[in-house]
Design a protein. Structure first.
Length: 578
């Protein structure tokens, strides 16, 4: 039995073509096979989803109990199923059979039409292309009319964070109190860009990255369905590159399958060439050469890696990954590396880590991070990477020399004085250049001079502030500080509300700078002595009072009755009582 299809001709008229039943099935099969893997194997029911079991169970429970929220918000990285879950949810809500809260592909007409994106009551909108407030107003106007052939009218808005601020504001009221037949389903990769007023009106679901082992089993199953020849190591590389994204993994698998003929197998080396990745063993070899200081071989090895088409930033990020493994390999397992390392590479890194100092690894990490920033400002990134590798050689050799000097000094001090001196080596200073070291030397001489400064009393502390021109510190000591006790390297004080909040920190730093000793400054609940300024004020009052009782002041009043004594300035070594 034949079938007839009508299609438009070039002149606008219709043209009728006849096909046999087998031909029509062949066309349908061809269209299905021509799809990319990410679309061909897109889940159509909740049971097909991987890595989101808790979220699926929660949604199913809300549907079965009838507690369906006004709006769903799915968030997570790209390619983990946000839009897919939104479509499956729409099918489940509008399923006429509603079997187990999951509408199958051929369960009902609604499910089939939603799968084919042609259901009249399910509107899917891309917020990236419709960002304005007018688009949202049209949406709200359309929501005023009930569903035509299903239970719910559903709006699926992908990349909802792209909506403008005005569009979000226009949506708020409808989102909080929509009609019973209206449901919103939002999907986004950037939840922080959505106003909190919108997020609070939705039931939020955070989709997690797919675990490496689970994603590996998934793409391996698809590889077998496609009858493709791909090695497990190549599949593991695909899983690593995809970083937990199902769509990325399927796209990479699709690319790998079409790159080779059916008779050839896609192995790890071929996959690395196709995807622009290189073996970690090359990077481990490079690291061993850095530790040995073989500069010529290092440059040659890197240039071979660069000739494979490896981007400098990818190289630096992979180098950081190796540094991380070297530092933490004893607390990791082969499975926890997420297929980044094979058995041989894991054992080699473990062996190297036992023969390298953690300080060296931390210095390497800091320099690598700095180089990653430099790549954005240099024109030839390749040259920058080569200089970075040379720096690592000299940094490692300098560190080893410092360690040798330290050991020799320790041995010498042990032999002669039976005393082990602790040499303090600052890793940060190791990567300073000679110019910086020259600038530091005058400061060391200054410190030696400051060792002669002795402060044995509170008054001497104030005098030192005057000599060192620390006027603010002197003011605080005299005006707002009440001395409780003053001992060697220890000061106990109380204070009033006007004391500067940084006073104790500033005083501690200056005392250490002046005396080269640590001082303890404690705050006391005891009121302590009155401040120096208060003492001076009280003394002034006493001096005026004594002067007014003197015979001289009485004589002045007899001569000048309106005179008033404002201040008394005693002569040196003169007593007012005399």
């Amino acid at each position: 039995m034949g079938a007839a299809l009508t299609r438009p001709d070039l002149n606008g008229s219709s043209r009728r073509d006849s096909y046999s039943g087998s031909s029509l099935l062949g066309i349908i099969k061809m269209n299905k096979d021509s799809k990319v893997l990410a679309l061909k194997y897109r889940p159509q029911v909740f049971e097909d989803l991987i890595g989101q079991e808790i979220i699926v169970e929660t949604i199913k429970n809300s549907i079965s109990s009838g507690k369906i929220p006004n709006a769903f918000l799915f968030t997570g990285i790209r390619g983990i199923g946000k839009t897919t879950i939104a479509r499956i949810l729409a099918k489940s809500l509008n399923c006429t059979k509603n079997s187990e809260n999951s509408c199958k592909v051929d369960c009902c007409n609604n499910g089939r039409e939603i799968s084919e994106s042609r259901h009249i009551d399910v509107l899917e909108m891309d917020a990236a292309s419709k960002t304005g407030v007018d688009d949202v107003r049209d949406l709200i106007e359309f929501s005023r009319y009930g569903p035509t052939s299903s239970k719910y009218k559903i709006f699926i808005i992908d990349e909802v964070h792209m909506l403008s601020k005005q569009a979000f504001n226009a949506l708020l009221k409808t989102l909080e109190e929509p009609p019973e037949y209206l449901k919103f389903i939002f999907a986004t990769t950037e939840i922080k860009k959505i106003p909190i007023t919108v997020v609070s009106r939705c039931q939020r679901f955070d989709l997690s990255r797919i675990k490496s082992s689970e994603l590996f089993d998934f793409i391996k199953n698809i590889k077998e369905k496609e009858k493709g020849r791909v090695s497990d190591d190549a599949l593991k590389l695909i899983v690593k590159i995809s970083e937990g994204s199902v769509r990325d993994a399927l796209s990479l698998l699709d690319r790998g399958l079409i790159s080779f003929e059916k008779d050839n197998e896609l192995d790890l080396k071929s996959a690395q060439k196709i995807f622009g990745y290189f073996e970690k063993s090359q990077l481990i070899n490079l690291f061993e050469l850095i530790l040995k200081g073989e500069e010529k071989k290092i440059i040659e090895t890197y240039r071979k890696i660069y000739d494979q088409g490896i981007e400098p930033k990818i190289f630096i990020n992979d180098f950081l990954e190796i540094l991380y493994y070297l530092k933490n390999i004893n607390s990791l397992t082969l499975e926890s590396t997420n297929f980044s390392l094979n058995d041989e590479e894991f054992l080699r890194i473990k062996e190297i880590s036992n023969n390298i100092n953690d300080q060296v690894l931390i210095l390497f990490w800091q320099l690598t991070i700095r180089t990653l920033d430099e790549l954005d400002i240099v024109s030839n990134q390749d040259l920058s990477i080569e200089m970075f590798l040379i720096k690592l050689i000299y940094l490692n050799s300098h560190k080893n020399k410092v360690s040798e000097i330290k050991n020799k000094d320790l041995e010498k001090s042990t032999e002669n004085d039976n005393v082990i001196t602790d040499l303090k080596i600052d890793p940060i200073n190791q990567i300073k250049n000679i110019t910086q070291e020259k600038k530091i030397k005058p400061d060391i001489q200054t410190e030696k001079k400051n060792e002669e400064t002795l402060i044995t009393s509170f008054n001497q502390l104030i005098k030192t502030c005057t000599e060192k021109k620390e006027i603010k510190l002197k003011y605080e000591l005299e005006k707002n500080v009440n001395l409780v006790s003053f001992e060697k390297n220890r000061i106990e004080i109380s204070f009033n509300d006007n004391l500067d909040k940084n006073f104790i920190k500033n005083l501690s730093l200056k005392l250490f700078e002046w005396t080269q000793q640590r001082w303890i400054i404690t705050l006391s609940k005891i009121k302590g002595e009155i401040s120096i300024k208060e003492k001076e004020k009280n003394k002034k009052v006493d001096n005026i009072k004594k002067a007014k009782n003197s015979e001289l002041y009485k004589i002045v009043l007899n001569t000048f009755p309106d005179a008033n004594l404002v201040d008394v300035v005693p002569k040196k070594d003169e007593d007012l009582n005399d």
